[in-house]
Design a protein around this ligand. Structure first.
Ligand SMILES: O=C(O)C1=C[C@@H](OP(=O)(O)O)[C@@H](O)[C@H](O)C1
Ligand SMILES: C=C(OP(=O)(O)O)C(=O)O
Length: 417
């Protein structure tokens, strides 16, 4: 679907949707409990449906896990299923089959699993959905060594799986842990379900700690009864930036857009958007160069680039290499989005430099089947003087199916082309 947005500020109040990251984790932990556990999630999306569908396969002798386009689902289910099953087929769609699984794959191979690429069940590969691999064998405990800068999702997957094995295990993170708050969110959920993990931080050069996780085997997930997924800071970030841009458009300092049900004490790293917005507000009238390190908050980058375009001066986004392996190559697609809207942006191997002027013009944006590009482009329209046409808006179904409903509720004007 393509839509055309007529630029204008947003105003009003919305209820934040459930955090996708928190909900994935609660659903997985709940499904591993012997006793009933009720998980409340206010809004489902395609990624959470993929996890729900995979979890429903865990009772099958020979499960087929269709992870659709969800990196989290694949990387969480992979070690978990091999802790419980002898054989599993993994399917994926969109860019998922190309997104990396190494070196988790090699670590699993040296702990009892065999990966076979290809199609031993060709009936599973239909339309956009492809068979990624079949895995056989049982995961064994022991020492796992993983770098911290490819995907934290590998670590989360192992943290869910290893407590279920009969052996004890250790996960050593061999380089600086990026997206670390996602691992902390996993530990928080595991603790809630009675799983004990010891965390060690050893100092390294440049004060970045190296983590080790010590995991006893033979643990059991214990149901806490009822749990609710908290509000999603990652998706609220779009409307938090919309608030900043709308205030700028009206030249007012009172909030224009309010997002309800966000936990200020959340373990979600993306609540960092508040401090990025605050820094931009404070430096609105100077053209001092800003540097935003996004190693812990990769999902904020598309909307952060829009925020950067709203100020006068240069903003550099650093430590963003992992953005290239998301639903799109997000450094390339953010570059394209801002350029097509008339902004001045430079793409670096591991970052972006935005030369902000406070305004964008408008124009045509290809969503590249990436929900965060579509949503960032919609928010960028607030800064534009001419309409914004976004191609492929259905990509929002991956994390925020009612994004455009909320956008309209706040006064956003669009029509479907
Ligand atoms: O664990 C999670 O819920 C996530 C971890 C992050 O991925 P990486 O650790 O691969 O950066 C993030 O980008 C993704 O959207 C969700
Ligand atoms: C990268 C994302 O998710 P995943 O890695 O789970 O596909 C995302 O939601 O932006």
């Amino acid at each position: 679907m393509n839509i055309k947005i007529t630029p204008g500020p947003l105003k009003g109040c919305i209820h934040s949707i459930s955090s996708k990251s928190h909900a994935h984790r609660l659903m997985i932990a709940a499904s591993l409990c012997a006793d009933f556990c009720q998980v409340s999630i206010s809004d489902m999306n395609e990624d959470l449906e993929a996890t729900e569908n995979c979890l429903s396969q865990l009772n099958d002798l020979f499960p087929v896990f269709n992870c659709n386009e969800s990196g989290s689902t694949l990387r969480f289910m992979l070690p978990l299923s091999m802790a419980l099953k002898d054989k599993a087929v993994f399917l994926g769609a969109g860019r998922l089959p190309e997104r990396p699984i190494s070196p988790l794959k090699e670590e699993m191979e040296s702990h009892g699993c065999t990966f076979t690429k290809g199609t031993d069940s060709p009936q599973n590969s239909t339309g956009n959905t492809q068979q990624i691999f079949t895995v056989t064998g049982r995961l064994k405990g022991g020492v796992y060594n993983l770098p911290g800068n490819v995907s934290s999702q590998y670590i989360t997957g192992l943290l869910f799986a290893l407590p279920l094995l009969k052996e004890n295990s250790t996960i050593n993170i061999t380089s600086n842990l990026e997206s670390s708050s996602y691992v902390m969110l996993t530990l928080e959920v595991l603790k809630l379900f009675g799983i004990i993990i010891e965390v060690y931080k050893a100092p390294q050069v440049q004060d970045e700690p190296l983590y080790s996780f010590i995991i006893k085997g033979n643990q059991q997930y214990i149901s806490p009864g009822k749990v609710s997924a908290e509000g999603d800071w990652s998706n609220a970030a779009f409307f938090i930036v919309a608030d900043a841009l709308s205030c700028l458009a009206h030249n007012v300092s009172t909030p224009s857009v309010t997002c309800l049900h966000l936990n200020p004490d959340s373990a979600q790293g993306d609540k960092e958007i508040l401090s990025f917005v605050e820094t931009v507000r404070k430096t609105r009238h100077s053209n001092e160069k800003l540097v935003f390190d996004v190693s812990d908050v990769p999902d904020l980058v598309p909307v952060l680039a829009v925020l950067a375009a709203s100020r006068q001066g240069t903003t550099e986004i650093i430590n963003a290499g992992r953005l290239r392996i998301k639903e799109s190559d997000r450094l390339a697609t953010v570059y394209e989005m801002i350029s097509h809207l008339g902004g001045n942006i430079t793409e670096l191997p591991e970052g972006l430099v935005i030369h902000g002027t406070g305004k964008l013009k408008g124009g045509w944006v290809n969503g590249h089947n990436d929900h965060r590009i579509v949503m960032a482009a919609a928010i960028a329209s607030i800064l534009c003087t001419e309409p914004v046409i976004i191609q492929g808006t259905e990509a929002v179904n991956k994390s925020y199916p009612k994004f455009f409903q909320d956008f309209a509720h706040l006064g956003g004007k669009y029509n479907v082309l």
